[in-house]
Design a protein around this ligand. Structure first.
Ligand code: NAD
Length: 253
């Protein structure tokens, strides 16, 4: 593993790695969105610790848990209600637009890759999307605006008008089955790439964190861009340690 901590060297190494590659896949975590005001999960003082998402089994089993889940979600949403894409998002949207990157596989639920202009069919959301909700029984989409209005007025967790099922944020909670189509698309993109960029993830949440190793097993170079060490650093071909926006800046405009 080669570790680069100097910013200019990190930028040069990233540009060279992308130039040498034919097919890049980006894999992003919460760190790509922190410069946008969206707190990541594990950093010190993260509000996600106080407002920890309710596990799926508890959500389904208990109405009080469903109410608490919605209360926490809306409190978190208020923290980053006005977040806009950052340099990392624009850099990756540009790599997709130029044809270099075939896909952005993201663990993020903040919709910022879409907001940066990357096309929907190039974004693979492994953990869903928190900008809308879904009925757990019939799958119907529900918008957050009306849910919020009713919840603020009544404190009652929403149910689906069509079928009476529980309505939940369209994210994948701990213990909830992974979305099969997104997992299949992520697999296809990963095995077909020759450069896998893991950006802003602590790489500890599985099965998502298995994709970097899969890419390497299939012959791709693994480059990790993150501000701190990850458990996969020792196996990576290159580790670029520093601020994500700074390191991806050459591709951002
Ligand atoms: P994580 O919080 O576990 O790891 C983020 C990593 O990014 C950390 O190692 C941190 O040091 C690094 N980082 C943060 N800001 C950085 C910056 N500006 N430059 C360089 N490095 C930076 O996040 P994860 O691995 O994505 O796992 C968290 C889980 O929680 C995900 O599954 C996701 O679904 C969810 N989550 C999503 C969001 C979001 O959508 N933005 C935010 C928090 C949590």
């Amino acid at each position: 593993m080669a570790l680069v901590t100097d910013l200019d060297e990190a930028r040069e190494a990233l540009v060279a790695a992308v130039e040498e590659a034919d097919r890049v896949v980006a894999f992003t975590g919460a760190g790509v969105s922190t410069e946008c005001g969206v707190p990541d999960f594990r950093s010190k003082d993260s509000p996600w610790i106080r407002l920890r998402p309710i596990a799926f089994d508890a959500f389904v089993a208990d109405v009080l848990m469903r109410e608490e889940a919605w209360r926490r979600k809306f409190e978190l949403d208020d923290i980053y209600a006005h977040a806009a894409p950052g340099r990392g998002h624009y850099a990756l949207a540009n790599l997709v637009a130029s044809g270099k990157a075939s896909a952005i596989i993201t663990q993020n639920i903040d919709n910022l890759h879409q907001a940066s202009g990357a096309p929907d069919d190039r974004i693979i959301e492994l953990h869903g999307n928190g900008s809308y909700a879904k009925c757990l029984s019939c799958g119907a989409r529900h918008e957050l605006g009306p849910i919020r209005r009713d919840f603020d007025a009544s404190g009652v967790a929403p149910v689906c008008a069509a079928c009476g099922g529980f309505v939940k944020s369209a994210t994948i909670s701990f213990g909830q089955p992974m979305p099969q189509e997104a997992m299949a698309r992520a697999y296809q993109a990963t095995v077909a790439c020759d450069l896998f960029l893991a950006i802003g993830s602590s790489l500890v949440v599985y099965p998502a964190a298995s994709f970097p190793s899969l890419a390497q097993e299939r012959g791709a170079r693994l480059v990790i861009v993150n501000g701190e060490a990850t458990p996969l650093d020792s196996q990576a071909d290159l580790v670029l340690r520093g601020d994500i926006g700074d390191i991806l800046q050459p591709f951002a405009s």
